[in-house]
Design a protein around this ligand. Structure first.
Ligand code: COA
Length: 315
């Protein structure tokens, strides 16, 4: 498949580290050196489905396609207000899609897992154009009195349109199932028969362990993927790494022995927007005109599951 359009949409409200320190025992001096985050966009009166719809329309516009040209629509999302219908159906209704719609919940690497599903449909000859959106509101998952999690996240949506082509050079998915490192639970409706204890728990994270998983999974998958497709690091133009923590990105950079210029970052303005992170970064870089034909983009993302993925896309 080949990428022909990108789009993104982010909430208007910008919350700086200084604003957080008004109600939390935290500071810019603590957050910046440990995470690289200076501010994040936070949903106020927006709906995540509207951000997703705007990102999709921007991507379709760039691709020069109409909603009726799309054969398959994949939405990556961890949580939103609807249990049913799926977020893909809600966004599809808003933008006038009439194709199969599916949601996936693969946490932060969701954009890459969606790319893998799309490529499989292209290889099966079932589709001509696929639209992917990652629409996320992780700020609604954390406990805003827990300084160790709520400072890390921001909301937003990123979208991409793929058409037939041979530009996805390779993709690798990896799992290390473990629900003790990042997890959140919510209770379902009560029934007269429920006897087990149930509770709603905001996002919990073992930060240091997740950090280690992220760096290990990213570097292993990127090196294995490049080897698998016969490319070397010198072929790579840019590493589009999930924007979870600048120190994670720095550790990956150091391990791969690659220069700063190959690692675009926007974490300082967005925080971690889960699966929307890679998609928003892609759109921002694309709209700045950073990529030229033939450039090799290596994507790497990791998160809850634990899941990770890497992909190589030729521009
Ligand atoms: N402001 C001020 N102090 C904070 C704080 C905050 N926002 N968050 C935590 N602290 C405190 C802790 O309470 C702890 O205090 P204590 O020693 O008195 O108990 C101290 O800072 C050190 O906490 P620690 O957890 O050891 O810090 P760390 O260096 O591991 O950094 C993270 C914490 C969360 C920034 C880091 O572990 C991380 O980024 N992990 C990866 C998380 C991630 O990216 N997850 C998503 C992946 S998809």
């Amino acid at each position: 498949m080949r990428l022909i359009g990108t789009g993104s949409a982010i909430p208007e409200k910008v919350v700086t580290n200084a604003m957080l320190s008004e109600f939390l025992d935290t500071s810019d001096e603590w957050i910046v050196p440990r995470t690289g985050i200076r501010s994040r966009h936070v949903i106020t009166d927006e709906n995540v489905e509207d951000l997703g719809a705007r990102a999709c329309l921007n991507a379709l516009d760039m691709a020069g396609l109409k909603p009726e040209d799309i054969d398959y629509f994949i939405c990556s999302n961890v949580v939103n207000e609807y249990i049913t219908p799926s977020l893909s159906c809600i966004i599809a209704e808003k933008i006038g899609l009439a194709c199969p719609c599916i949601d996936i919940n693969c946490a932060c690497p969701g954009f890459l897992y969606a790319m893998d599903i799309a490529e499989t449909h292209f290889l099966a000859g079932k589709v001509k154009n696929v639209l992917i959106v990652s629409a996320e509101e992780p700020t609604r998952m954390t406990d805003w009195t827990d300084r160790s999690t709520c400072v890390l996240f921001g909301d937003g949506a990123g979208a991409a349109v793929f058409t037939e082509g041979n530009n996805l050079k390779g993709i690798r998915l990896h799992s290390q199932p473990d629900s003790s490192k990042i997890w959140q639970k919510r209770t379902l409706m009560p029934t007269p028969y429920i006897t087990k204890p149930e509770e709603s728990v905001p996002l919990q994270m073992r930060g240091k362990e997740v950090f280690k998983f992220a760096v290990g999974a990213s570097t292993t998958e990127v090196e294995a993927l490049l080897k698998e497709i016969g490319m070397s690091k010198s072929d790579v133009s840019y590493y589009m790494v999930h924007q979870a923590n600048l120190r994670i990105i720095d550790a990956i950079k150091k391990y791969l022995e690659e220069p700063d210029e190959k690692f675009p970052v926007n974490i300082q303005d967005h925080g971690n927007s889960s699966s929307a992170s890679c998609a928003i970064l892609l759109d921002e870089c694309n709209r700045k005109g950073m990529f030229k034909p033939g450039d090799i983009l290596v994507f790497s993302a990791f998160g809850a599951g634990l899941l990770s993925a890497a992909a190589v896309l030729e521009w």
